[in-house]
Design a protein around this ligand. Structure first.
Ligand code: RB5
Length: 150
């Protein structure tokens, strides 16, 4: 799978470990994040990985900041993006199964790398179930469409 990854200064080491982990599993990773510890603003990095997901340059995105929250909010402003913050594997699995989320977010200051790996595995290896969940995801897209015209 081709996976885009973005991070701010709080998540440089976490991002590097995640990239190594994904590559060890055979994924191709595109890095949209910073590799510097200099304080920067996470929205620009969230937008970059979200744009890549929207444009289908990558299959899924992973976005990491201190809490996962700020960067998820930025990702969710991009059309077609369903970004979710997950701090445990169950939510990560169901974010794909029921919500068809396409960007996984978490906090480098919240969880450790081993838990991050379990969360990532559940996200990356789970397919959207469709069916009644497609109708619900479509209703979310409808909200996005209605707000575009405002
Ligand atoms: C940066 O200090 C921190 O605010 C950021 O990484 C993130 O946690 C924001 O939501």
């Amino acid at each position: 799978m081709r996976i885009g990854i973005a991070n701010d200064h709080s998540a440089v080491e976490m991002k590097q470990e995640v990239v190594a982990y994904l590559e060890s599993k055979g994924h191709e990773v595109v890095n949209f994040g910073t590799d510097s510890h200099e304080s920067i603003d996470y929205p620009q990095f969230g937008e970059m990985v979200a744009n890549a997901v929207r444009d289908q340059e990558v299959d899924l995105g992973i976005a990491i900041c201190g809490t996962g929250l700020g960067i998820s909010l930025a990702c969710n402003k991009v059309s077609g993006i369903r970004a979710c913050v997950c701090s445990e594997p169950y939510t990560a699995k169901y974010s794909r199964l029921h919500n068809n989320c396409n960007v996984l977010c978490f906090g480098a200051r919240v969880i450790g790398i081993e838990l991050a790996k379990m969360i990532i595995d559940n996200f990356v290896e789970t397919e959207f179930e469709g069916g009644r969940h497609q109708r619900r995801v479509d209703l979310i897209s409808d909200i996005e469409a209605r707000n575009k015209s405002l």
